[in-house]
Design a protein around this ligand. Structure first.
Ligand code: PLP
Length: 494
């Protein structure tokens, strides 16, 4: 070894600038070109594997410039572009460009936001981000919490805190023993699949989920909820959590939060809200009534990488009494010298499941300042208005059936003519979704609403405009007709 080490992974300042400027230039061109591109190329994995090549692990290095040129080409030209104005699939937003720059900045400084001492300013910024997110949705800024990777993790983080608080106190030490009272959780049958993973992960088992039926309005039936809890208690079970949906994943329905809160109060249960998709819409003053009661939640999951347009990944858990997170997650091994006499010191490893943590708060913090509360109110409001426009245009079209519209999710079907049997319509619309997802003109997903197989458009996309929605109607009708003809021909040929 020489006195002055120059590791091969190091970059000198001039090289970093050169490659960095080139990369920023090509990213700027890419973002600018997104609307002209297809939403997806529809290339199958085999084709992509051929393009990528199957070289073995490189023995020696390649100049970074070459690798970035190759990586950019691969990603720019062979990706699904959720930043495309006609991307409405699942719940994935277009990503704010400031998010890409923020991630670059976060990675450059690389604070480990697990411990205050390792991330002094980043910890304060994350605390402020959590506080702002609480203010954003309109709950008191005394809620505390933590940034996590997404909605699933945000729900898990809250779920375990709830279990710690509401299950017998011995559970942290003894685990869930066979002879203990069986713990139960309650949620609407439209709840996202995270709840099943949570039931498995935290040991209560999927049979401990009571799926509460929904009414004609697709909201959780509160009478059935209260009755089920009461029956379960009489039968010797131990109910612990009720989950309310603030924007369910299929149709965007918001449960009656006030009513759920009242049931939780009556039976001494933890009230958790899954707001991964929809709760940012609480920023809109006109939707105050829809979200009334959210401030009574013990915990809330939300997802900046959905309706706050953060690049992946960013989720957030908010907890009314953040001490419950510490009760659940804190431990003090001898190898951590992280305690401090300063009472406002916060070590994020004690607030959740992760230990070493990246600085995902930065991109959220920056975007919140770039546009402010009012900027988000406008963008979220526009997304909702466009979703309503889609519903209305479908409603007016003789070959489309508008099925549901809540928040920014519209479900609809292609219907070639009246008096067509439901089974065929389901088959036709399923084939249509699959075809559209391959073609790349528009990207939407599916939902099953009252046994109807629907096309589902979720607009969490600040690039979508009125013209896109009008064009989508044309595309759906044109492709619907084609698919109907194809299916008819197949039947004739048989
Ligand atoms: C998306 C979503 C989740 C899961 O969030 P991820 O960020 O994908 O982990 C959970 N609940 C609801 C209601 C969602 O919309």
């Amino acid at each position: 070894m020489t006195d002055h080490r120059r590791a091969s992974i190091e970059m000198d300042k001039a090289e970093f600038k050169k490659i960095g400027y080139q990369l920023i230039d090509s990213i700027a061109d890419f973002i600018d070109s997104i609307p002209e591109k297809k939403v997806t190329t529809g290339e199958p994995p085999k084709a992509l594997q051929a393009i990528l090549g199957n070289d073995t692990l490189p023995e020696n290095g390649t100049p970074a410039e070459t690798i970035f040129a190759k990586a950019s080409e691969l990603l720019f030209n062979h990706s699904l572009l959720n930043g495309h104005p006609k991307f409405f699939g699942y719940i994935t937003s277009s990503a704010a460009p400031v998010g890409a720059l923020a991630d670059l900045l976060a990675a450059a400084v690389n604070p480990n936001v697990g411990a205050n001492i390792l991330s002094p300013m980043a910890t304060e910024i994350e605390k402020q981000t959590v506080k702002w997110l609480a203010e954003f949705i309109g709950v008191p800024s005394s809620y505390g919490g933590i940034l996590v990777s997404g909605g699933n993790m945000a729900n898990f983080t809250a779920f375990l805190a709830a279990r710690t608080v509401k299950a017998p106190k011995s559970i942290k030490e003894n685990g869930i023993s066979m002879d203990a009272q069986k713990l139960l959780v309650y949620c609407a049958k439209s709840t996202h699949t995270w709840i099943e993973k949570a039931a498995v992960l935290f040991g209560i088992g999927t049979k401990a989920i009571r799926w509460i039926e929904t009414g004609a309005d697709n909201r959780m039936n509160i009478e059935v909820l209260a009755q089920t809890i009461s029956d379960d208690k009489k039968a010797g079970y131990k109910p612990i959590i009720v989950v309310g949906n603030a924007g369910d994943v299929s149709t965007g329905v918001v449960d009656d939060m006030k009513a759920i809160a009242a049931v939780c109060k009556k039976y001494d249960l933890w009230f958790h809200i899954d707001g991964a998709y929809g709760i940012p819409a609480a920023v809109i003053p006109g939707l105050k009534d829809l979200f009334a009661g959210i401030e009574e939640a013990d915990s809330i999951a939300l997802d900046p990488h959905k309706w706050l347009y953060s690049p992946l990944e960013a989720g957030c858990t908010l907890v009314k009494d953040p001490n419950h997170l510490i009760e659940t997650y804190s431990s003090h091994p001898v190898y951590y010298n992280f305690s401090s006499d300063e009472p406002s010191t916060q070590n994020y490893y004690e607030y959740g499941l992760q230990n070493s943590r990246g600085f995902r708060a930065l991109k959220v913090w920056i975007a919140l300042q770039q546009v402010g509360r009012s900027g988000y109110e406008k963008m979220i409001g526009d997304d909702i208005a466009l979703s309503k426009l889609l519903f209305d245009l479908a409603n007016d079209h003789p070959e489309l059936e508008a099925v549901t519209q809540n928040l920014s999710i519209t479900t609809l079907r292609y219907i070639p003519s009246k008096d067509i049997e439901e089974m065929y319509l389901n088959k036709l619309n399923e084939a249509l979704v699959n075809k559209l997802q391959q073609d790349g003109e528009v990207f939407l997903s599916n939902a099953v609403v009252n046994d109807k197989y629907c096309l589902r458009c979720c607009i969490v996309n600040f690039r979508t405009s009125k013209k896109d929605i009008e064009e989508v109607i044309e595309i759906l009708v044109r492709e619907g007709r084609k698919m109907h003809n194809e299916l008819q021909e197949q039947t004739v040929l048989k």
